[in-house]
Design a binder for this molecule. Sequence first.
Ligand code: SF4
Length: 160
Amino acid sequence: MANTRRRFLRLVGAAGLGGIAGCVGGDGGGGATPTATEVADEEDDHEEERPEGVSEEEFEHGPVPEPYRTALSQAEERRDPDQLARKEDVSFQEAEAAVEAGSAEPGEDCGNCAEYIPDKNGDGFGACAKVEGYVDPADWCVLWESIEEHEAEHEDDESD
Ligand code: SF4
């Protein structure tokens, strides 16, 4: 995902620089320009980032496979497919990038978020009770909430 995008940009950047190096160096345009095989490898990587047969649209916006559709999150929050946020509206990104940007605290990621629905089919991706599409446990968004915090709030609600 974000990783894929970064890798794509890196590839485009490398191709751009290769083009410039080719002009300046006058070496016939070879230089650092990626070969077709390297480009294909990058595209393969891109494909590998998503479960097999899942389009980018599906990956980003769903629908997610049936077992996740109305599943409970790890803090027992029911997923409502009609009430989900779009990834772009909640700063959805890799947790590592969010920490680097100062948006997330180190250690916060989807895998330890109250809303996360863990992987059920072994493809490495889960889903979220609040956000659409496939979710990698190493991702993060602004709705992140610790399981403990969520449970404490829930207990408060019940005691009211
Ligand atoms: S951090 Fe955001 S996307 Fe990830 S599980 Fe929590 S609410 Fe869902």
